[in-house]
Design a protein around this ligand. Structure first.
Ligand code: GLU
Length: 487
């Protein structure tokens, strides 16, 4: 049997990490089994769906490196791939159920249904639709229609049926048809077919072999199985992925911070790190190797290894992975991705030669967790209009010799023949230390402050070499004149 799976998001304008994980697991499963990954847009339930919201889905998937074999924009033999374009197909299948006498019109109002529910709860019974409209006569229906009531269409749930399926993650699942809440709605009073119905028609006609989706849909599965059978379709295999919890073990939500793919992208996570992290939400490779590229994930991914227990979203782990990827990323690509963050922070990376900028990124990447941390470190290289920070100033003023260190270092640097390199920088610092009998913090910190205005940052010799003599001199002059003004 050829493997065909689908990712079927609703265009809400937002791609939640849970959805992104579902897309990824479907993709990994499809590619591992040399099957097809299909993108279907579930836009029937929505009052309005904008092109913008569909674009959000495309962009999130593309950013993650997930390519679909069939979908609204790329086409395929099983289209259309947007539910809003499949209305005729749904109508046809509703007709089939009507012909088979498996559905009926229900005219109950919201108030009547609410009353039914209340009474059942009072009697200690689980709420369910009683089937009140199952046997209405034509005259009765006509009368209700005349009252202006618009019927919904309900599916007749058979009595005393045990519905069984083997979930590839959760194992054997069994439920009685009596526990499904009674005959359920498949077409709303406005004529819109509901999710449980359209998803079955689509999955069957698109020949989906495995339905892999979030655990929140597991309660829909028995109803869907009944519909597959009613329509004479083959039931696919199901795999329900574990929930994703926040660090406090409650369902992952806004409260826990970023939850949409776009937010993670904007914060400066690399797509490879994000994907790697998502793959580990509920799945773990047998060989224990945690840092895995998409190809390596595809190679290792087995649906049977997905854990049925909830997965905890551990930001520390995501950060760790991001650091790992940042440090091993091709420098030109990393620089490209970092530039927008530098610009946003008011730095002007375009004023510097690209080759030099790459060297800078090569140095500072050791220090940052996400790309949005980059400006903080890159600033040391890109901004010459430094100001001595209050804390740094306080440090210099505590000990007169500290300012002397900056002055002497400045003099010596001016007298240096040729460009400055890490070694010559170290030698100069050493000479200054010897002459002024300064060492450790009293030696290095003043020089750092003189060059950067700050008390911390990247390693000085590397910074000095990359800045070059001329810019170092200018910065030291600027600092010294600031110190003079204060003195
Ligand atoms: N549109 C549904 C969702 O986003 C799809 C559920 C399914 O995969 O069946 O949750």
């Amino acid at each position: 049997m050829s493997v065909r799976v689908r990712f079927a998001p609703s265009p809400t304008g937002f791609m939640h990490v849970g959805n992104a994980r579902t897309a990824l697991f479907n993709y990994l499963f499809a590619k591992h089994n040399r099957g097809k990954f299909i993108l279907r847009i579930e836009d029937t339930d929505l009052e309005r769906h904008s092109e913008e919201a569909v674009k959000v889905i495309y962009e999130a998937l593309k950013w993650m490196g997930i390519k679909w074999d069939e979908g609204p924009d790329v086409g395929g033999n099983y289209g259309p791939y947007r539910q809003s374009e499949r209305r005729e197909i749904y109508k046809e299948h509703i007709e089939k159920l009507k012909e088979k006498g498996l559905v009926y019109e229900c005219f109950c109002t919201t108030e009547e249904l609410e009353k039914m529910r209340k009474e059942q709860l009072e009697r200690g019974e689980p709420p369910r639709y009683t089937g009140k409209c199952r046997n209405l006569t034509e005259e009765e229906k006509e009368k209700l229609r005349k009252e202006g009531r618009k019927p919904v269409l309900r599916f007749k749930v058979p009595k005393d049926r045990i519905i069984k399926f083997k979930d590839l993650v959760k194992g054997e699942i069994e439920i009685s048809s009596n526990q499904l809440g009674g005959d359920f709605v498949i077409v709303r009073s406005n004529g819109m077919p509901v999710y449980n119905f359209v998803v079955v028609v689509d999955d069957a006609l698109m020949e989906i072999s495995h339905v892999i989706r979030g655990e929140d849909h597991i309660s829909n599965t028995p109803k869907q199985i009944l519909l597959y059978e009613a329509l004479g379709f083959k039931v696919p295999q199901f795999a329900h992925l574990p929930m994703i919890l926040g660090s406090d073990r409650s369902k992952l939500s806004k409260r826990h911070g970023a939850t949409s793919v776009k937010e993670f992208k904007e914060k400066g996570y690399l797509p490879e790190a994000f994907v790697n992290f998502l793959a580990l939400l509920g799945w773990y490779p047998k060989d224990g190797k945690e840092v895995l590229s998409m190809e390596e994930l595809i190679e290792r991914f087995e649906i049977k290894d997905v854990n049925s227990a909830p997965a905890v979203f551990d930001t520390t782990k995501l950060n760790w992975l991001n650091q790992v990827y940042i440090r091993q990323y091709p420098l030109n690509k990393l620089t490209e991705l970092t530039i927008p963050y530098l610009k946003k922070a008011g730095l002007n990376p375009e004023n510097f030669p690209r080759e030099w900028l790459e060297k800078v990124i090569g140095v500072v990447r050791e220090y940052f967790t996400t790309l949005s941390d980059a400006p903080k470190y890159a600033e040391l290289f890109l901004r010459d209009d430094i100001e001595i920070e209050p804390e740094a100033l306080k440090f210099l003023q505590e000990e007169p010799k500290r300012v002397e260190v900056i002055k002497l270092f400045y003099e010596k640097l001016k007298g240096l023949n040729g460009e400055i390199e890490q070694e010559s920088f170290k030698a100069l610092v050493k000479e200054v230390g010897k002459e002024l009998k300064a060492k450790g913090k009293n030696l290095f910190m003043p020089i750092r402050i003189g060059i950067t205005g700050k008390t911390s940052g990247v390693e000085l010799p590397i910074l000095a070499e990359l800045l070059g003599k001329e810019r170092l001199i200018k910065r030291l002059e600027r600092s010294l004149s600031q110190l003079k003004e204060i003195a």
